[in-house]
Design a protein around this ligand. Sequence first.
Ligand code: BES
Ligand code: ZN
Length: 456
Amino acid sequence: MSKLQAYIDERKELNLQELVELLKIPSVSTDPALAGDVSNCARRMGELMTEAGLETEIFETKGHPIVYGERLEAPGAPTVLVYGHYDVQPSDPDDQWDSPPFEPTEKDGYLYARGATDDKGQFYALIKGIQASREVNGKLPCNVKVLCEGEEEVGSPNLDPFIRKELDRLSCDIVFISDCSQFGIDMPAITYGLKGLCYLEVFVKGPSTDLHSGTFGGSVANPANVLTCLMAACQGPDGKIAIPGFYDDVRPLEDWERAMMAELPFDEEEFRKSVGAVKVFGEAGYTTLERKGARPTLDINGMISGFTGEGAKTVLPATASCKFSMRLVPDQDPDKIATLVSDFLNEMAPDTVEVEVRPHHGASPVIVSRDGTAVKAAEKALETGFGNRPVFVREGGSIPVVNTFQEALGAESLLVGLGLPDDNLHAPNEHFRIVDFHRGAVTMAAFLEEYGKGGD
Ligand code: BES
Ligand code: ZN
């Protein structure tokens, strides 16, 4: 066993315990009532990064703090910027969790908690890898900078300006991110594409108050009826998005990509069962993997209108609203799509109601390089950490800052997911495979060593 492996093995319990403590902090970035916890989490993360050997600073922002650490002790060697986020999604619906979301619970080799995989667990594995590398080698083989934000789950509004202001501080040769997933158990992956996001909310306003549906039904438009018609008009039964111009900037999948995806060991029936759906469904003409990773989609995230309590209430609601989002692929632009969709809904809307479309956050889609010494080093490191060479995949999630790294820092990102596709991120019973937490640390340390040598 290598010295590195032995070092990480010895510290497994300790490392896991530190992660458990981080997971107890409900750092939900979208909930103003939890702002104190988000800030505490930043401070705790900062302390742990200091203990791991990084010189750490906390930067306050208009929103949640940014934690930054560095250790620059390898003159002539490349610089790696490690990025992650300590904020988490809300835990609701809480009653669907088998154990409380902020009381981390171990079961069958998995750790259950909000943020276990997304992203505290994955990010903290990298910190432990950096620490291991330094302690085993006496010093780090690469220069290391670490950037951990508290607003990823709300679209990173304050990170962009921070990066653009701190270009020197953050300059690097490569960004290393673990905030996505492996292809499957023991099947590590390097993600070379992430989708973008356009998130909108549409409000339909009808009569000034809820009305008796017998007395008034048929005499005024029902906002819920109108809203469902509008939303239904956005997508055809073949899964194609019916908004004119929506596909204009979509970069088609290339033949080699389709061939590569078709080669991946993906069992559609197993996938169907794992999500509990009656049948798989998506855009006609594409496979499930293509749809998931490389084709744009539209999903209603939530609808509010009328009576939803127990029993029946005959009411014609005064208002209806809907939150929906589109996942975008290169070269779609979230702002352009927002305008296109708002115009479409406004044009489709009947003059019997008032319709308003409001944008939420967005993110640009991104493709990162699959070549170069950093990618080669990551392939080797994953083999060291996980025992297998990685496959290359595109994923449907978004990490808004990856684009900023390309544009502002001129740096590519290495997207090395340590999670699994069915980790329940953003859902009840989120979990992280404990062995992969430790393997992630080994992978990070192995990457620094390999990349420090120059790759091949
Ligand atoms: N970790 C996810 C992104 C992700 C998920 C990448 C699955 C690949 C596979 C990240 O924390 C996330 O959830 N991002 C948000 C971004 C949004 C709020 C702009 C997302 O994708 O919904
Ligand atoms: Zn997330």
